[in-house]
Design a protein around this ligand. Structure first.
Ligand code: DSN
Length: 415
């Protein structure tokens, strides 16, 4: 990035610091990943210069023939990846994708069910401060207090009682397999449409390691940057019947010009996800999550629901007499990044929280396997024993850096 270094050294410094943070730290935020240099190149390309309101072949601007190529490739690859007949790759984010689905299916004031954020759901599934909770009448469902699984009896009872127009299923902090088929049956029983938000598990769904909602959902929404390992953005998958309403509700409904450089990068990532190595990667994401959860339990940590079926786990810190925020800070000093997270029925407010969320997608991308998972759990235990000890943190930070040097992410990259 010699041009940037010359023209804006302050931003070049910030980017260099971020390169170093990613290169020499252990990234365990379950929703993050590290894209390939090819995805980065597409995102940093001249396609950022192009206005292309509309869709391929029907734009409001001239000169769109090459961005049309990119968007068509992205759509076709998305359809092949997820086994559906229609895709809209323009949503700028997962929340934008969900907003388009809401407006395609509902009018303001309509009743919608969604998993409570406090139980692992997402802001855009009905939180009172989000557009979803402000425009729609939200009936939240929860996990059961004993096993921490989505309480399907409660979902069915609430659906029968409130006859929602739409049922949203999906999560940002739920470590167990989601039963999309039963959600589809419940939606059918009450005449609701199902929307599945697979943002967290999209990579697993793409390779068949998590059941797909495509046969049951009117719209399947996702981000493209989590387990799917593409650029930051959103996408919606659907069928012929629900396509027209979707198209108009993304543009002109909720967005203007699409981010064509990001759409090109989505196409690159989808092509990567169609290769056999991507399935091997996702298998290792799951194997690492199993190894890490076993190692946490062996170190005396509690896990919400007792473990995981997917790429993430929620560590309940109460037995260790720690809070989520405090542990997030302590791990950060040791070069390990997690986010505090509410656990179901959390006695603490969200900014304190009783847990941390831990995921394996990013560390698996850099090549960590089962032995490194054991090492991570060992670091967690040492930090938990001395959360305020600067010396322990410094020692672990050096060990973290030493391990990361053996698994380089972006060799030779400089801002
Ligand atoms: N912020 C994302 C996550 O961390 O799961 C959800 O949007």
């Amino acid at each position: 990035m010699t041009n940037l270094r010359k023209s804006d050294p302050e931003i070049a410094d910030a980017i260099q610091n971020e390169i170093n943070r990613q290169e020499f730290g252990v990234e365990l935020i379950a929703s993050e990943n590290n894209v390939t240099p090819a995805v980065l190149e597409a995102m940093g390309s001249v396609m950022t210069n192009k206005y292309a309101e509309g869709y391929p072949g029907r734009r409001y601007y001239g000169g769109c023939e090459f961005v049309d190529d990119a968007e068509r490739l992205a759509r076709n690859r998305a359809k092949e990846l997820f086994g559906c007949t229609r895709a809209n790759v323009q949503p700028h984010s997962g929340t934008q994708a969900n907003m388009a689905a809401f407006f395609a299916l509902c009018d303001p004031g309509d009743t919608v069910m969604g998993l409570s954020l406090a139980h692992g759901g997402h802001l855009s599934h009905g939180h009172p401060l989000n557009f979803s909770g402000r425009f729609f009448n939200i009936i939240p469902y929860e996990v059961d207090p004993e096993h921490h699984r989505i309480d399907m009896d409660q979902v069915r009872d609430l659906a029968k009682k409130h006859t929602p127009k739409m049922i949203m299923v999906g999560a940002s902090a739920y470590p167990r397999t989601i039963d999309f088929k039963t959600f589809g049956e419940i939606a059918d029983e009450v005449g609701a449409k199902l929307v599945a938000d697979i943002a967290h598990i999209a990579g697993l769904v793409a390779v068949g390691l998590h059941p797909s909602p495509i046969p049951y959902a009117a719209y399947t929404t996702t981000t493209t940057h989590k387990t799917l390992r593409g650029p930051r953005g959103g996408m919606i998958l659907t069928d012929k019947k629900h396509y027209k309403a979707l198209q108009t509700n993304v543009f002109p409904g909720i967005q203007g010009g699409p981010l064509m450089h990001v759409i090109a990068a989505k196409a690159v990532a989808f092509r990567e996800a169609l290769q056999p190595e991507f399935k091997t990667y996702q298998e290792q994401v799951l194997a690492n999550a199993q190894a890490l959860s076993a190692a946490f339990l062996a170190q005396g940590f509690d896990l919400v629901s007792g473990g995981t079926d997917n790429h993430l786990m929620l560590v309940d810190l109460r037995p260790k007499k720690l809070k989520g925020q405090q542990f997030e800070d302590s791990l950060h000093r040791a070069g390990i990044t997690v986010n505090k997270n509410a656990i179901p029925f959390d006695p603490e407010p969200p900014m304190v929280a009783s847990g941390v969320r831990v995921g394996t997608p990013a560390v698996t991308t850099r090549g960590f396997k089962e032995p490194e998972m054991k090492q991570i759990a060992d670091w967690f235990a040492r930090v938990a024993e001395a959360p305020d000890c600067e010396e322990t943190a410094a020692k672990i930070k050096a060990e973290v850096e030493e391990l990361c040097r053996k698994f380089p992410l972006y060799p030779g990259m400089e801002a």
